[in-house]
Design a protein around this ligand. Structure first.
Ligand code: PNW
Length: 498
């Protein structure tokens, strides 16, 4: 075999999300989102900071695109702020042409720079109007109709140029962090020290169910009314970290599978296999909503690919009462007392490239879909308190990406996993939700006092690595769709939809 490379049409790029970078919450008629409201409540974010300014990317669009071009990315993953497009959010509310124009311009600039736009419709910033009007994600019929309407406006406005759509970013986070733990907007929880409203026993499962249906409905709309004409792909992206047994016992092996059932299977099993995981159904009983036959027919097969956001690996033991983790306990400490990998700034993240490779294999074998890695990244410990020169030498982040890029190559060539894209998180340091600005995930350092951008070593590492590891020959095109030369290792038949 020739030197191990990724196919010529492999997409690599960098990722962001609207509320984390844009700022300018009132510009050009934008309406408020639940993250505006939530981040302005006392005590909800570290240091009480908000996304009011963030990386000021609404005003620095041209500069940001120029930097992406300098990095040599082939694609840029960003999200659209729903309340810039429809300030109040609903299907009978006015559409904001100025908001549409801003994203339209961004898309044009990207294409001009030879960068493929990869667009997320929903990265957590629900229009506040819809939360106030009917409870947002809790109201199945209303939210599905409004999301589908919003998706239609976006397909109409951008679909002539956007060929890669993600309906939702990380439904698990939307449901569990927003309606269970109450640490993300809208902050509902049974924990009355956090929230005066909410029921963590039921609401997350209802919200997850409604998000699945909203995703499937928008994908169905795209496929019936747009796909033929516009020729793109649409799918959902799920968060999920590898789960490994803490030790070699059957109990720990089982616990690891249970962890995967609750983090990934909750969404991926209905979407790719047509039912909720058995273990999840058993644990939650009738608190987990059921799909009607018509609904599951809509949901099953509703994603053209597997959208994968992943950061780390957890070692799993049975027990505990954290239902959101499937009553599994996570640790990074091995039985011999050593740590799994290098600790990040966030408690929940350590490096472990072997786990990344194992997860790619797990997803490929279980769901049989080509994989787009839409997020993967690392926050260096205490980067915010370092002098600039030191922060720019982000060795831990470089090692993280180096390990995972090598794992990606091995998964492709040695394991036969079909991987089509890789997006490091994130293009820029940005508003890290409840963690505020102390946690920096960027491959570009942002000095928030001046808004100046400084490439970190990891940005140049990635730029060079992908340049060296993507085949330079032109991709073979077949009626506008990608043809892949990679064999499917497990002999599964290719999915007819792609
Ligand atoms: C993802 N956790 O969120 C998001 O898609 C990004 O917007 C975010 O900035 C990035 O990961 C880094 O955190 C997550 O607590 C947030 O396990 C929290 C968790 C996982 C992912």
């Amino acid at each position: 075999m020739a030197a191990q490379k990724l196919p010529a049409d492999f997409l690599w790029g960098m990722a962001t999300a609207s509320y984390q970078i844009e700022g300018s919450p009132d510009a050009d008629g934008r309406g408020p989102s639940i993250w505006d409201t939530f981040s302005h409540l006392p005590g909800k974010t570290a240091d009480g900071l908000t996304g009011d300014v963030a990386t000021d990317s609404y005003r620095r669009r041209d500069e940001d695109v120029a930097l992406l071009k300098q990095y040599g990315v082939k694609s840029y993953r960003f999200s659209i702020s729903w309340s810039r497009i429809i300030p109040l959010g609903g299907r009978n509310d006015p559409i904001n042409e100025k908001g549409i124009r801003w994203y339209s311009k961004l898309i044009d600039e990207l294409l001009e720079a030879d960068i493929t736009p990869f667009v997320t419709l929903y990265h957590w910033d629900l229009p506040q109007g819809l939360h106030d009007r009917y409870g947002g994600w809790l109201n199945k019929a209303e939210i599905i109709a409004d999301f589908v309407n919003y998706a239609r406006v976006c397909f109409d406005a951008f679909g002539d140029r956007v060929k890669h759509w993600l309906t939702f970013n990380e439904p698990w986070c939307i449901a569990i962090l927003g309606y269970g733990r109450g640490v993300f907007a809208p902050g509902r929880s049974s924990d009355r020290s956090r929230s005066s409203e909410g029921d963590s026993k039921t609401e997350p499962w209802i919200v997850g169910h409604n998000v699945i249906l909203a995703h499937a409905s928008a994908a169905a709309l795209y496929r019936t009314e747009y796909k033929q004409r516009q020729g793109g792909v649409i799918g959902v992206t799920l968060n999920g970290d590898m789960a490994l047994p803490w030790d070699d016992t059957d109990e720990c092996r089982e616990a690891a599978q249970h962890a995967l059932d609750f983090s990934i299977g909750w969404f991926a099993d209905p979407i790719y296999l047509g039912h909720y995981p058995t273990y999840q159904r058993a644990l939650l009983g009738d608190r987990l909503p059921t799909f009607t036959p018509e609904e599951i027919a809509l949901v099953h097969g509703s994603s053209d690919f597997y959208g994968m956001n992943t950061y780390t690996t957890n070692l799993c033991k049975p027990g505990g009462d954290d239902e959101f983790q499937g009553n599994v306990q996570y640790t990074f400490t091995r039985p011999d007392g050593t740590q799994l990998g290098t600790q990040a700034h966030c408690r929940w993240l350590q490096t472990y490239p072997e786990g990344f490779r194992l997860l790619l294999n797990y997803l490929w074998n279980r769901y049989n879909m080509p994989i787009y890695v839409t997020e993967n990244g690392f926050a260096v410990k205490n980067e915010s308190s370092m002098p600039l020169e030191q922060a720019l030498k982000d060795t831990d982040r470089v090692e993280y990406f180096q390990g995972n890029c090598e794992a990606l190559l091995k998964a492709t060539h040695e394991d036969g996993v079909q991987i089509r894209a890789y997006f490091p998180w994130s293009f820029l340091d940005n508003f890290e939700w409840a963690d505020g600005y102390q946690t920096r995930f960027g491959v570009t350092y942002v000095d928030y006092a001046t808004q100046k951008r400084y490439p970190k070593e990891s940005a140049w590492f990635l730029s060079k690595w992908f340049k060296e590891h993507i085949d330079s020959q032109e991709p073979t095109k077949c009626s506008g769709e990608q043809v892949h030369s990679m064999p499917r290792a497990n002999g599964a038949t290719a999915n007819g939809r792609l």
